[in-house]
Design a protein around this ligand. Structure first.
Ligand SMILES: N[C@@H](CCC(=O)N[C@@H](CS)C(=O)NCC(=O)O)C(=O)O
Length: 232
């Protein structure tokens, strides 16, 4: 039995973390038995979530979890597509994970109104006297990470321009397909749904949600994927 450590439902999403949404879809696609546990980041094997415990084998990082499901459980995430299509899928995944991710972090954590109604809730279990200090320390760490990565140095219109380009490209790649690469879902859809749903989330005040909602095929895709993998 696999134990999957994610965040659980938050912000009207299946998980607060897009990487956790991705991983739960991969587990469902793989058809393996699993149970979900709320992750305590202080106990995360590499300080990040999600991770899984597969009967004593700990696997961290959604990409390595995918690899583990393929090698240890025979999962096939190809969706039947050829190598060239799958290459496009991988590029879209990395566009989400290494590019869109940062705008999402910036928007949720560094916009005070979004932080207050969103991530600030994670600190409820920290003793009240320490809470402001812990929050300030984490925000300072994130600000540094965003500055180092580069997104933190951009102005709001530049950020909007870059997110818009990414969202439009994904929409153009998908075209009239039901899923990213064609009529069937593949592993890349797990990632794409996790990030698109997170970027679109109306829970947060963001200019990015409207960009997703402005693309009919992406709206239909979110409905289709949500209905298929998180019908509840
Ligand atoms: N490459 C990792 C990224 C995971 C990741 O960045 N998770 C975030 C949550 S969305 C996290 O745990 N951040 C905590 C931290 O960096 O301290 C994956 O694919 O799982």
């Amino acid at each position: 039995m696999i134990t999957f450590y994610g965040t659980g439902t938050a912000f009207d999403l299946p998980h607060a973390s897009p990487f956790a949404i991705k991983t739960e879809i991969l587990l469902k696609m793989a058809g393996v038995e699993y149970r979900t546990r709320r992750a305590d980041l202080r106990k995360a094997p590499r300080g990040k979530l999600p991770w899984i415990d597969d009967d004593g084998t700990i696997v961290t990082d959604s990409r390595m979890i995918r690899h583990h499901l393929e090698t240890a459980h025979g999962a096939d995430f190809s969706g039947g597509y050829d190598a060239a299509r799958l290459g496009i899928g991988l590029a879209v995944e990395r566009l989400c994970e290494d590019h869109l991710y940062w705008f999402n972090v910036d928007n949720r954590w560094l916009r005070p109104e979004n932080f207050a109604k969103g991530p600030a809730q994670f600190f409820k279990r920290v003793p009240a006297v320490l809470r402001p200090l812990v929050k300030a320390r984490i925000l300072a760490r994130l600000r540094m990470a965003l500055h180092g990565q580069g997104t933190g140095r951009l102005e709001a219109p530049e950020k909007a321009h870059l997110v818009g380009r990414a969202v439009d490209s994904i929409s153009d790649i998908m075209g009239a397909n039901d899923y990213l690469l064609g009529p069937d879902p593949c592993g890349a859809d797990a990632t794409l749904f996790g990030f698109l749903a997170s970027v679109e989330s109306p829970f947060f005040d963001t200019p990015y949600g409207a960009m997703v909602r402005g693309r009919e095929n992406l709206v239909a895709y979110l409905d289709r994927m949500g209905g298929r993998f998180f019908p509840q």
